[in-house]
Design a protein around this ligand. Structure first.
Ligand SMILES: [Ca+2]
Ligand SMILES: [Ca+2]
Length: 474
């Protein structure tokens, strides 16, 4: 296992000193959302998070959401003339738009509902899968009638959706100081899980709906968006259409006659936008689109330097993304959560940054009910778990003056979460590799006695640069 050395003296000192040096971080990016039911989160339960919630959670951005359920492209176009919305757009760092689903899918769904009522199907997809005789349909040509009616319905608004989409992009082009993230529209009737089990005849019927639907979506919305994005450097096409292909049936409420994304679909949309638009995320201190030990090391180093009065290592913007627990300090607790995030991500689990408790951690060490002492007869082995519900997260030193008491493997079966103290008599020599299989997250301190010499190279993840002038922080 590769190892790296972080001078955890940083963390230890920070426990004492960071409270004296509150951060003055910026307040995140300003994101304006404009659009339809997708951006309004229609179809989700109140407990489920839509993509806007998830982006807010990942970025701590200030979000203004002007989207409306049932908005079609004409409604979104009209909204662009609203002075309040125009003002918000003019001041936005990022603009995210969804439009077009309603234009194409609403007539489609209405037609499908009509057939369902007529024949008594509970899911309109049943017409492609059920025994039609069970529904009193003797003539298989009914299937053709159904398919034709659906593909005709999808095309009803093709021309107006296309014209409005182009008009929306023209109006948005004036906001060239913002990053504009326009989502392509997914094909609800993409592959379905039961497609391969359909008879040749049923497959043909299904294809005679999904292929025209695909053509309409691309002609009306997705192709004009691709062309527009190609022409403008500040425009990003978040390609939901392509990313949903093959899984649209589980990313949307298709089987429940719901055209909008499911919670799983919203999670996918958030992931696509964060990745494709490279939005800065909490914990990604060096903004290399990875949240890993490099970021945690920067946080610790920053805490050491600022705590020692040697100045700030991080910029104001970096401080904002470093302060993952949303208190007024940047310290080892932030680094611990960043490492927990990296560890969870490395093992395919989710980890959400949690707000700090109201008291600084030093004040809790003596009376924190979560402190456990694995061996009461053994001095110095007391551990605290910052998040007891989160396996594999990093533990902090309950007593910074007591060397040798930071140690634990919270889950011995879980690679990457081991934090050992190789020399209990030597404070500050803690090592960890949050993910041994993940190159780029290892960081060594070339000279542990020399403060200020850990720097990372953003172009080359994982390699080390030394500080040309160790006496000069930053
Ligand atoms: Ca990073
Ligand atoms: Ca913090």
């Amino acid at each position: 296992m590769k190892k790296f050395i972080i001078r955890v003296t940083a963390a230890v000192m920070c426990l004492h000193l960071c409270t004296l040096f509150p951060t003055h971080a910026e307040s995140g990016r300003k994101i304006v959302i404009l659009g339809d039911s997708i951006s309004a989160g229609t179809g989700l339960s109140s407990e489920e998070k839509n993509y806007v919630d998830l982006i807010k959670q990942a970025t701590h951005a200030q979000i203004q959401n002007f989207s409306q359920p049932n908005a079609d492209t004409a409604a979104v176009l009209t909204a662009l003339d609203d002075p309040e919305i125009q003002n918000a757009l003019a001041n936005a760092d990022d603009i995210i738009i969804t439009a077009g689903l309603y234009d194409i899918m609403n007539p489609f769904m209405n037609t499908a509902s009509g057939f369902m009522t007529q024949f008594g199907f509970t899911r309109f997809i049943d017409v492609f899968t059920a025994n039609l005789q069970d529904y009193g349909i003797e003539d298989e040509n009914e299937l053709v009638r159904f398919s034709n009616a659906l593909s005709d319905a999808a095309a009803v608004n093709l021309e107006s959706a296309q014209a409005n989409t182009k008009a929306i992009t023209e109006k948005l082009s004036q906001y060239n100081n913002a990053k504009i993230i326009y989502q392509s529209v997914y094909n609800l009737l993409d592959n379905i899980d039961i497609y391969d089990s359909l008879s040749v005849k049923r497959k043909k019927a299904y294809d005679s709906v999904r292929n025209p639907l695909k053509a309409v979506l691309n002609e009306a919305i997705n192709d004009p968006l691709h062309e527009w994005a190609d022409l403008h450097e500040n425009v990003i096409l978040a390609d939901i259409y392509t990313e949903f292909q093959g899984n649209a049936w589980q990313y949307t409420g298709l089987y429940d006659m719901e055209m909008n994304p499911t919670a799983k679909g919203h999670a996918k949309i958030a992931e696509i936008i964060l990745k494709q638009a490279e939005l800065p995320q909490m914990g990604d201190v060096n903004h290399d689109n990875n949240i890993n030990a490099l970021d945690a090391a920067l946080v610790l180093r920053h805490a050491t330097l600022s705590g020692s009065g040697l100045g700030d290592l991080l910029t104001e913007e970096q401080k904002f993304y470093a302060n993952v627990d949303e208190n007024t300090f940047i310290n080892s607790q932030d680094a611990a959560q960043i490492l927990s995030y990296a560890t969870a991500q490395g093992s395919g689990q989710s980890y959400y940054f949690r707000p700090a408790s109201s008291k600084p951690e030093t004040a809790q060490a003596g009376n924190n009910p979560e402190i456990i002492d694995p061996d009461p007869d053994q001095p110095g082995d007391v551990l605290t778990d910052p998040d007891p519900d989160q396996p594999g997260d990093i533990l902090t030193d309950p007593d910074p003056d007591q060397p040798g008491d930071i140690l634990t493997d919270p889950d011995p079966d879980q690679p990457g979460d081991i934090l050992t103290d190789p020399d209990p008599d030597q404070p500050g020599d803690i090592l960890t590799d949050p993910d041994p299989d993940q190159p780029g997250d290892v960081l060594t301190d070339p000279d542990p006695d020399q403060p200020g010499d850990i720097l990372t190279d953003p172009d080359q993840p994982g390699d080390i640069l030394t500080d040309p002038d160790p006496d000069q922080p930053e």
